[in-house]
Design a protein. Structure first.
Length: 290
């Protein structure tokens, strides 16, 4: 059945989109920063896995920790040395700073890897599981499982660890957290580093699932923004809900005869406007992560 295949594709695509937006949501929820360089961080993760695959022949899914480590270091350094200096400045200052960072990363990627589209073609790309007329590729299943694992890990880290609680406290009330002995500068750097690491993991998945190029960063930043608005800021599971909503348009719109395949973004952004008007906190939005 066509709709059976579409339903399976929707769940798997929604999980991938949730992975793309997970780090973006963390930074926005805790630091109140809309990180316009998030999409470029995703691409750095993709190119990291691409380089590791080309030169060391390591499977991109296995290289997810490598991408996360590289992006964590990049995110920590950028936040600690640059963004922390303007964290109390008006919103527009951090907005423009991350926008400039996005342009810088995109230019560096183009210099190192050229502007050509890249992708990783693993040996098992065509393999999968078939249920009647429904076929699910192994690469989609693995990506969805990694996305779910990242969501669970982030939820447990924030709710059950001392450092995670400190991050939550910083997001709730910065001044009160400082009075409790929490280093705000360190918590912000850690939060931004984790957000970048999550983007790196999504990039490793992207490298297997879709072609990518240095100019694609803005697309993933915009997608992450819409997903977080739809799902809400306040819990990693809200990002999953937002990812599933965002994937609805891309998966089912082409199947509706009177809509057609050219209106995916129209439907997605229409949902964005509707949610901003009638439910600005999103489906599962909370005041802070919990």
């Amino acid at each position: 059945m066509v709709f059976g295949q579409a339903f399976a594709n929707w769940l798997l695509l929604g999980a991938f989109y949730a992975a793309v937006a997970l780090g973006f949501s963390l930074v926005w929820g805790i630091m109140n920063i809309v990180n316009l360089a998030h999409g470029s961080f995703v691409l750095v993760g993709a190119y990291t896995s691409f380089w590791v695959f080309e030169h060391l022949h390591i499977d991109p899914f296995i290289s997810v920790p490598v991408s996360m480590l590289v992006l964590f270091v990049v995110g920590w350094v950028v936040q600690y040395l640059a963004i922390n200096r303007v964290i109390r400045a008006p919103f527009l200052v951090t907005f423009m700073l991350t926008f400039g960072l996005d342009l810088l990363i995109a230019d560096l990627l183009q210099q190192f890897f050229s502007s050509d589209e890249r992708s990783i073609n693993v040996s098992y790309a065509g393999a999968g599981i078939t249920f009647g007329s429904i076929h699910i590729a192994f690469i989609q299943i693995i990506a969805a499982l990694i996305a779910l694992l990242l969501t669970v890990a982030l939820s447990v880290f924030l709710a059950r660890t001392r450092t995670g609680n400190a991050i939550l406290a910083t997001g709730m009330d910065r001044d009160a957290a400082r009075l409790m002995g929490i280093s705000i500068r360190r918590m912000y750097a850690l939060t931004f580093g984790i957000g970048a690491a999550l983007a790196g993991a999504a990039g490793s998945m992207l490298a297997v699932l879709k072609p990518f190029a240095p100019s694609d960063g803005g697309t993933f930043t915009l997608s992450a923004f819409v997903i977080v608005v739809l799902g809400g800021v306040g819990t990693p599971w809200a990002v999953v809900a937002g990812g599933l909503l965002f994937a609805l348009a891309e998966t089912f719109a082409p199947l509706v005869s009177w809509i057609g395949p050219g209106y995916n973004n129209v439907i997605a952004f229409s949902l964005l406007v509707i949610f901003l008007i009638f439910r600005p906190r999103g489906l599962l939005g909370k005041a802070f992560y919990s």
